[in-house]
Design a protein around this ligand. Structure first.
Ligand SMILES: O=C(O)C1=N[C@H](C(=O)O)C[C@H](O)C1
Length: 292
């Protein structure tokens, strides 16, 4: 798994249903913009705020677009408990090339508990699993040592790392060169993480600027450091604006402004964003366009 994977928003119609046509449009646009693949039902897709039928619709739309483009589809899965996570993983695996399974949240299990959780999920499905480490959301932080033990599980193909920083554990994990993919999930750090050996990223901001993110990853890969840095510097203010309020509220408002989705709404308890970060994201987007 290499390159920029885009976790898609879930657009709604004015009457609040999943807007399959808008989702298809955003998905196609991301792949045409150079994304390596799509992620359905991630944090950005408000997966926790959809019902079962809606999650199925999202997966089916993303599956169809991925097949059309010959690119991989990653599906988010994960609950607080192991049994519920396995049920979700079994349901979604047939429609996905890999599963993005979040570290069990809220209950704060021990490291051994986390490892057993992933071993049980891996044993229940026959697709690769990406472990999703996002301690500011889950309440459970993984050390590099535990992350390396996780990566040593056969079916674990890699990790999406979202520690909110490039910390000692991140550096140790990347330095270990396990051969498994480390994907950056902190949009602001994609550029330095690629230089440090990350295989790619799962970045919500790439929904709005797929060309710039894909171009940055390609520039790092080909050694065009000046171009990679220019794109990183241009993207940073956009990322800052997009994450200045709980995601994906600003992102959806910006996508609506550029006409990619019809309705910017997010589901409760998320709130619509203030206008200021949306304007800021759009003017930063404009600056990135000059570089792609
Ligand atoms: O949708 C996702 O998955 C993402 N998760 C990160 C988060 O937890 O906020 C951010 C990333 O850009 C996309």
């Amino acid at each position: 798994m290499e390159g920029i994977f885009v976790p898609l928003v879930t657009p709604y119609t004015a009457s609040g249903e999943v807007d399959a046509a808008a989702l298809e449009k955003v998905a196609r646009r991301c792949l045409e913009g150079g994304a390596a693949g799509l992620v359905a039902l991630g944090t950005t897709g408000e997966a926790a705020l959809l019902d079962g039928a809606e999650r199925r619709t999202v997966l089916e739309v993303c599956r169809a677009v991925s097949i059309e483009h010959g690119t991989p589809l990653v599906a988010g899965a994960g609950a607080m408990g192991t049994a519920d996570t396995i049920a979700q993983a079994r349901e979604r695996a047939p429609l996905a090339d890999a599963l993005l399974v979040v570290v069990p949240y809220y209950v704060r299990p021990s490291d051994e508990g986390v490892l057993d959780h992933f071993a049980a999920v891996c044993a229940a499905v026959d697709v690769p699993v990406l472990a999703y480490d996002v301690p500011y959301r889950t309440g459970k932080r993984l050390t590099a040592e535990t992350a390396l033990r996780l990566l040593s599980l056969d079916r674990v193909a890699g990790m999406k790392l979202c520690p909110g920083a490039i910390d000692q554990d991140t550096l140790a994990l990347l330095a270990a060169r396990t051969g498994k993919a480390v994907l950056c999930g902190d949009d602001a750090y994609v550029h330095p993480m690629l230089h440090l050996g990350a295989a790619g990223a799962i970045a919500a901001s790439a929904c709005l600027a797929p060309e710039a993110f894909a171009g940055m990853a390609e520039a790092v890969r080909t050694g065009d450091t000046a171009r990679a840095l220019a794109l990183h510097n241009a993207l940073l203010p956009m990322v800052d604006a997009l994450f200045s309020e709980p995601s994906p509220a600003v992102l959806k408002a910006a996508l609506a402004e550029v006409g990619l989705i019809g309705d910017p709404s997010v589901r409760a308890p998320l709130h619509p964003p203030r206008p200021e970060p949306v304007t800021r994201a759009l003017s930063a987007l404009h600056a990135t366009r000059a570089l792609v």
